[in-house]
Design a binder for this molecule. Structure first.
Ligand code: ADE
Length: 331
């Protein structure tokens, strides 16, 4: 019964998509590799932020072979500003696998690539390989729970499974278009913040929540988990024209270069003259960093740090956005 109703919604959605789709850079000249790049970039990052970065990344690394041959530093630099750098490392690893073995041809093969979860495997399989594999995220759950006025909680893994199964049974032969049409409807009509634009929706005559005037009662969310707050002291240690960087170990921003930091009030990483302080905040998905930045002039370029000039920090090291507020001290 649900399957039949959703089945009726497929063609109107495809027709709407062909007329209204946004002209996004990854939607032309596609290869399986380019789809992998764009889908990894689009994880946790807004379309607007990805647009430019995607174009320059593809200019630099147009094929899996070219990316596989690049150094980790070059890849991190090309990813700079997009955040969540583990994606860049995973993409690099995937490129090496693809360069050696060819692009996988099944959902299971795509899902096995580093950094590819169920959603991204569905997107890549349907867009690049023509497989009827749904990509269900919060946006797709929003449009479907509204379509059916379905009260299932969208933070429940069973809900995602239920709608994935349902969608996979109605996939048309135009698999990639259908996947992107669902994403597009969630992005530009059945929007996440504020009221949906039902006047522009191809499903307005089919949608149960709309018929009942209850669009904004869906989706049903569970309890929100609060982000963990971390109080940190960030040290910009200066010696002459050079600044201390450390390669971060496990955890957030792992493997990237950043300014030395310690828990708030803990022992400073080096002795010197405190010149300035500045507060800043950076919000990650599950953690917030509340930072006190300290610019300190130190007498010696001590290990274990890498001592880089302001220019080297700008050009060679992908300093994460979390430290952006303290860049003003680099001269
Ligand atoms: N979000 C994730 N994948 C996308 C795509 N292919 N187009 C638009 N938004 C997306």
């Amino acid at each position: 019964m649900c399957e039949e109703r959703l089945g009726q919604a497929v063609v109107p959605l495809l027709q709407w998509y062909r007329k209204n789709r946004r002209d996004l850079p990854w939607r032309t000249g596609r290869t399986p590799y380019s789809v992998l790049v764009s889908e990894l970039m689009l994880q946790q990052t807004r379309v607007e932020a990805v647009k430019e970065r995607y174009v320059s990344f593809m200019e630099k690394f147009p094929t899996a072979e070219s990316l596989a041959a690049a150094s980790e530093e070059e890849v991190m630099k090309a990813w700079e500003g997009l955040g969540y750098y583990s994606r860049a490392r995973n993409l690099h690893k995937s490129a090496k696998i693809i360069a050696a073995e060819g692009f996988p041809q099944t959902w299971v093969g795509v899902r096995a690539l580093p950094g590819v979860g169920d959603y991204t495997a569905g997107a890549i399989s349907s867009i690049a390989l023509g497989l009827p594999a749904p990509a269900v995220d919060g946006n797709v759950l929003r449009i479907l729970t509204r379509f059916f006025a379905d009260p299932r909680r969208i933070d429940d893994a069973n809900t995602k499974k239920y709608f994935s199964d349902l969608l996979s049974r109605v996939y048309p032969p135009e698999t990639g278009e259908f996947t992107e049409a669902l994403m597009e409807l969630g992005a530009i009509v059945c929007v996440p913040n504020g009221p949906p634009m039902c006047g522009a929706c191809p499903w307005s005559g089919l949608c149960k929540a709309h018929a009942e005037g209850r669009e904004e009662q869906f989706p049903v969310h569970g309890e929100k988990r609060a982000r963990k707050l971390e109080q940190l002291d960030v040290y910009v240690l200066r010696c002459g024209d050079r600044y201390a960087l450390e390669k971060r170990g496990k955890g957030l921003l792992a493997g990237l270069y950043g300014f030395p930091l310690v828990g708030h009030g803990e022992r400073p990483p080096a002795e010197g003259e405190l010149l300035e302080t500045k507060r800043a905040k950076h919000v990650f998905t599950h953690v917030e960093w509340h930072m006190e930045g300290r610019l300190v002039e130190v007498p010696q370029r001590l290990p274990p740090y890498l001592w880089a000039t302001a220019e080297e920090i700008e050009t060679a090291y992908a300093l994460p956005s979390a430290f952006k507020a303290f860049r003003v001290w680099l001269k």
